[in-house]
Design a protein around this ligand. Structure first.
Ligand SMILES: [Zn+2]
Length: 164
């Protein structure tokens, strides 16, 4: 499995040399772009640089306003928060955490890592995980592995779960 992964990575690299070129010469490309932009601004005597400055000012003012409104919102939120709010929030958070922990324990118990088919005892082969398996893995900090049975008369497919 591990070797397979390596091989596909290598072939991908050979197939597309384009990103490699950009990555290796990124400094040279940046230098060329900067020089061209500089020459353009020097040669072009119209108010292009004025426009750019104006545009930059608008962008900076926009972001400054954006962050200051977030800051004042947070400040107001903290000022308005009462002790009972904090306690309530903590209780709910604890309940969610406990529920998550129980779910994680159940998942680990219900999908044990057996390395053989639970129906016919044949060997198993890893297959691609579904998107939801990755989400569950991230959410509960577990490792979800998707398998299919290699037995000739068995069509079992399923997941097995281990701790990370
Ligand atoms: Zn089987």
């Amino acid at each position: 499995m591990e070797e397979n992964k390596h091989r596909s990575r290598r072939t991908r690299k050979i197939k597309s040399p384009q990103p490699e070129f950009w990555r290796r010469n990124s400094l040279e490309i940046a230098v060329v772009v900067l020089i061209l932009a500089g020459i353009y601004l020097l040669v072009e005597k119209t108010d292009v640089s004025e426009n750019i400055l104006h545009f930059l000012k608008i962008v900076i003012i926009f972001w400054a306003n954006f962050f200051s409104s977030i800051a004042s919102f947070l400040q107001k939120w903290i000022e308005d928060t009462e002790a009972s709010d904090i306690v309530g929030f903590t209780l709910i958070l604890t309940a969610v955490f406990l529920l998550g922990y129980r779910t994680r324990t159940n998942l680990l118990k219900n999908y044990p890592n057996t390395r053989s088919c639970s129906k016919c005892e044949s060997g198993l082969s890893r297959i691609h995980r579904k998107f939801r398996h990755k989400i569950i893995g991230l959410l509960f900090r577990i490792r979800v592995k998707n398998y299919r049975c290699l037995g000739s008369n068995c069509s079992w497919r399923g997941i097995q779960i281990t701790t990370q």
